[in-house]
Design a protein around this ligand. Structure first.
Ligand SMILES: *Cc1c(COP(=O)(O)O)cnc(C)c1O
Length: 241
């Protein structure tokens, strides 16, 4: 613990206020399209923030947290094992780190290649765990080269089949990141359609992970079941290298 009690209270109040605000916006977006608020899970993106913040979030009722880098993610999950949180891994994942991530992540959102599926499966199976996997779908124009990762929409069904057939992994759904330019609403509508097509063949694939601090309302209106919100709750991060 680095923060003493007075700082702790200030930070706690700040996080509580931001959480309330985001939850109200999620509820309003859901209501505007006739969805129930319980259909949307808020996943708080805690990357770069200290474990003391995650403890405060847990006290404030947060059950789902997301990290995007190994080993930072694993170190936090180990230190906070007593909280019983659900740990989401949302970052682009190097193949050589995948087996280790599968030893602590409960849900991996960024699965976009067969090589990654195999390594995740090996890690999960050897740890005696079952890891839920989302196929990350590229929502960028083809050949955009943004480096955000993600499988091409036409490859989603095949990748999903490989996940479903891999011991230690469970196919849970799809994830997407809206392109930097253009309409987030359009991108999320395409993701929802991909999710519906997949669900017709794989009924367990019910999760749609979409939306960040600046566009989670669009994501909820388009059908997201999980939104990944960081800075709107925790404040500004130093830019990631
Ligand atoms: C960092 C990150 C988020 C959260 O972004 P904010 O703008 O801070 O809400 C969501 N999804 C992914 C994949 C991220 O890397």
């Amino acid at each position: 613990m680095t923060a003493g009690p007075p700082d702790d209270h200030v930070r706690r109040d700040e996080l509580a206020e931001h959480l309330d605000d985001v939850r109200h916006q999620i509820d309003a977006a859901a209501a505007s399209v006739g969805r129930r608020p319980e259909e949307v899970t808020l996943v708080v993106v805690t990357k770069t923030f200290p474990v003391s913040d995650i403890r405060l979030l847990s006290e404030l009722g947060v059950r789902d947290v997301a990290e995007n880098r190994h080993p930072e993610a694993g170190e936090k999950a180990a230190e906070l094992a007593d909280l019983g949180l659900t740990w989401h891994f949302i970052g682009q994942l190097q193949t050589n780190k995948a087996a280790r991530v599968a030893q602590y992540a409960d849900v991996v959102h960024s699965v976009d290649s067969e090589r990654l599926v195999r390594r995740l499966g090996t890690g999960a199976h050897s740890a005696g765990r079952v890891v839920s996997c989302l196929v990350q779908v590229s929502l960028d124009p083809p050949g955009d080269g943004s480096g955000r990762g993600g499988a091409q929409p036409g490859d989603v069904t095949h990748l999903a089949d490989v996940i479903a057939a891999t011991e230690g992994l469970r196919l849970a759904g799809v994830m997407g990141v809206a392109p930097a330019g253009g309409s987030a609403a359009d991108a999320f509508a395409r993701l929802s359609q991909t999710a519906a097509d997949l669900r017709a063949q794989q009924p367990s694939a019910t999760m749609i992970s979409a939306g960040m601090s600046h566009d989670f309302g669009d994501a909820v209106r388009a059908g997201a079941t999980h939104v990944r919100v960081g800075s709107a709750i925790l404040g500004h991060r130093p830019p990631l290298g």
